[in-house]
Design a protein around this ligand. Structure first.
Ligand code: MN
Length: 749
């Protein structure tokens, strides 16, 4: 035996020992962290992995299989989920990198494992192909998530191990993987509530994207470390003593500072490095099933150190969207230094660090769940967007139920540059356009979805890449409001039209004023209001709007207005001003009915000269000429009803003695108000036609008009000033001639 042979044999023996040690460690980690361990399956996957990768090496020079083994360990210890995902982690690179196929995995390990491996392989494929745009990568990544949440968890573990061993790769590849980690994996890890993985991924990625900043922050952290640790110890000691006395089991620790988050605070919040270092942070983790114990501990901490009141945050009663729960408080520690204290239970801590995985575990051991069911419900509120609800299913079925459904209420869309936009389901290109920018929304004329032209009301789907086509000449369309579904789009469209209308009216007003000056005619606002009503506009604003939008030409407007103006003598009539003033204050029907009646002075009781305290009934609204009946009220006054009023007819026999015979006196008020109910088929301009019909009657003014339409029908209540009941009859006649009107009657409220 030559020396080299001897050495390599020796090495091989070492290697074998290494492998079996790894195998045992992995199984041990599974037994420690997982509820159910199929040791045979994991062992088989382990052996398969070692054999399949054979003599392949990593960039570090290590055997390739050490990578999947480490990934499996991460899954078993840092994201403890289940044995299936550990097996899948062991096999995740087999299809990609060895001669074995997806079929082989399926045959050897069954569908569940094979599906996860397949998903993980696909994601890897996406990033391997350099021609693929970033947008497409995102899309495929997200779509691949639909199948099984464990795909993404295995992928997180894979990425974490690759980032931990990134130093062996070429700088160019380091940078690419680091950027990918920052833009895709870290945000996703956050969304899944995987706090510790998110931080680690970010710090590792930051190290390779901005080494100088990373080193600087890390160095200054190291310099101050001892001092900080000493301070935290002295701060914690009295708290720990009291907690022990109170019988709590707990863990108190300073929190690791994440370099990337410090960097972000420096850059985004303009803080100095000293300001950030000066805030100390301590975390208390309680081994208790009772969330309320956190409040007790908060009380203990506040007794020892004075809290800063506005810094108290209760994320226990109101968890963050990703399920994070904790009490946060800031207290004044020794030497007047501010210390942030986080208090949480072990279960809350697990959720904070491990997110989905922790949820999964507690759900799985639901018998001894640390988390109350109601809280769990709250916590999974957002997860429900992602997963089908596991409900009360048996633990075995929970895995099955953990299908990822990212798209239940939200859809994930991408700009051509690969930026992610999250919109509600059924969103359209218009919603997308407004999500990008109001201007993009206002000018969008169409969209390309996955390179194909689609109409603006097209329903977008998760994973769509959306490119909005704009044109300078485009402007919002009223129809957009019908299919836009986001608040942002809808309100911007409405705002646009309101604003546009305002300018159109203002421009038309200006145009009109110039014209009138030229003609040397002065028609004041009240007079103009009256005239525009006669020419079928509801008010001046409508008139100017028609003028502004070109529906009415300046010539036609001038001709129509001047004709009426000249007919009215071209001068202002004193009574016109009065009527207009009455019309101008927009007062509700009820309010008016009441005041109009009490002002009237025209009713007496037959056979009595005594002054009468009376008022008109709101239900039937009598006007002079109507047959009327008085009802003596409890207060001693008299309510005047029309004799035909339903309320009089339905009056109980016992109340009949209260009725008194009343008549209209000749001393009548000069005008009364009557309410007319009109129904019929709704059509454009119906309102204008009704009002102009009424205005064609002499001595009649409209007080208010209220029209409701449902389907193709309308029901309107028009209140008018009239002199007496004969006028009302006259108005009835005119209204009945309006096209589409079906019924006309006195309104009884
Ligand atoms: Mn891998």
């Amino acid at each position: 035996m030559s020396v080299t042979e001897h050495i390599s044999e020796h090495a091989a023996a070492d290697q074998d020992a290494d492998i079996s040690r790894h195998r045992e460690e992995l199984l041990e980690a599974c037994r420690r962290n997982l509820r159910h361990v199929d040791a045979a399956m994991i062992g088989k996957a382990f052996d398969f992995c070692v054999q399949a990768h054979g003599k392949d090496l990593r960039a570090s020079g290590e055997a390739y299989y050490t990578h999947p083994i480490q990934v499996a360990k991460i899954v078993a210890t840092e994201l403890p989920l289940d044995d299936v995902s550990v097996a899948a982690a062991l096999l995740h690179d087999v299809v990609e990198d060895t001669e074995f196929s997806q079929n082989d995995i399926h045959q050897e390990f069954g569908e569940e494992v094979a599906n996860i491996v397949d998903g993980a392989t696909k994601i890897t494929d996406v990033f391997k192909s350099h021609e693929i745009t970033k947008a497409a990568s995102y899309r495929k990544l997200l779509i691949s998530l639909i199948n099984d949440v464990r795909v993404i968890l295995v992928k997180f573990a894979d990425r974490l191990h690759n980032m931990r061993t990134l130093q062996y790769l070429k700088p160019e590849k380091q940078k690419r993987l680091a950027r990918e980690t920052l833009t895709i994996y870290a945000p996703l890890a956050h969304r899944f509530g995987l706090g510790s993985i998110k931080w680690e991924l970010e710090d590792l990625a930051f190290k390779y994207t901005n080494r100088p900043a990373y080193d600087e922050i890390k160095n200054s952290l190291n310099i101050k470390r001892q001092e900080r640790e000493k301070y935290i110890r002295s701060f914690s000691e009295p708290i720990e003593a009291q907690l022990r006395e109170a019988g709590f089991k707990f863990e108190v620790g300073g929190r690791a500072k994440h370099i990337f988050s410090i960097y972000n605070k420096l850059v985004n919040r303009g803080k100095t490095i000293e300001e950030i270092y000066d805030l100390f942070a301590v975390r208390i983790i309680l081994d208790t099933p009772k969330p309320n114990d956190c409040f007790t501990v908060y009380g203990i901490v506040s007794d020892i150190y004075t809290p800063v009141p506005e810094r108290f945050k209760n994320y226990i009663s109101v968890p963050k969207k990703n399920g994070y729960q904790s009490l946060h408080t800031t207290v004044i520690g020794p030497q007047g230094r501010k210390v942030e204290v986080q208090i949480r239970t072990r279960a809350m801590h697990e959720v904070a660090e491990k997110g989905v995985a922790a949820h999964f575990r507690y759900k799985e051991i639901s018998g001894n769940s640390y988390i109350e069911d109601a809280e769990l419900e709250e916590w999974v509120h957002w997860v429900r967007d992602v997963f089908d609800s596991a409900g009360d299913e048996a633990p075995e079925q929970v895995v099955e139920s953990f299908k990822l459904n990212l798209y239940q209420n939200e859809i994930y869309l991408f700009t051509p540059k690969g930026e992610l936009r999250i919109l509600p389901q059924q969103a359209t290109p218009v919603d997308f356009a407004y999500a990008i920018h109001t201007k993009v929304g206002h000018h969008c004329i169409g969209a390309k979805v996955n390179q194909k032209i689609v109409p603006l009301d097209y329903e977008l789907h998760s994973g769509d890449q959306v490119e909005i086509i704009t044109s300078k000449n485009q402007r919002p369309n009223k129809d957009w409001e019908k299919f836009a579904i986001t608040h942002k789009a809808k309100s911007n469209i409405r705002k646009f039209f309101k604003e546009e209308r305002r300018t159109q009216i203002a421009d038309a007003r200006e145009l009109w004023a110039r014209r009138m000056r030229k003609l040397k005619v002065h028609i004041n606002d009240d007079e103009l209001e009256k005239i525009v009503r006669q020419i079928r506009y509801m008010n001046k604003a409508e008139f100017f709007f028609a003028l502004g939008t070109g529906k009415l030409t300046l010539e036609a407007a001038e001709a129509a207005v001047m004709e009426r103006w000249n007919k009215a003598g071209g001068a202002r009539r004193p009574e016109a001003q009065q009527d207009d003033a009455a019309q101008q204050d927009a007062i509700t029907f009820d309010k008016f009915k009441h005041t109009a009646r009490t002002e009237a002075d025209g009713v007496y009781i037959v056979g009595s000269d005594a002054p009468l305290k009376y008022s008109y009934a709101r239900c039937c609204n009598p006007v002079p000429g109507d047959d009327i009946t008085g009802v003596v009220t409890v207060g001693g006054g008299v309510k005047i009803h029309r004799t035909t009023c339903k309320n009089i007819a339905s009056m109980q026999e016992s109340l009949k003695p209260r009725l008194v015979d009343v008549r209209w006196s000749s001393r009548q008020a000069k005008s009364f108000m009557a309410a007319i109910k009109v129904t019929g088929e709704d059509r454009p301009a119906m309102l204008n036609d009704l009002t102009s019909a009424i205005l064609s009657c002499d001595h009649t003014n409209i007080r208010s008009v209220n029209i409701d339409s449902y389907d193709s029908l309308f029901e309107g209540v028009i209140t008018v000033h009239v002199m007496d009941v004969n006028r009302v009859e006259e108005i009835f006649e005119v209204l009945r001639t309006v096209k589409g009107v079906k019924t006309v009657s006195r309104f009884e409220g």
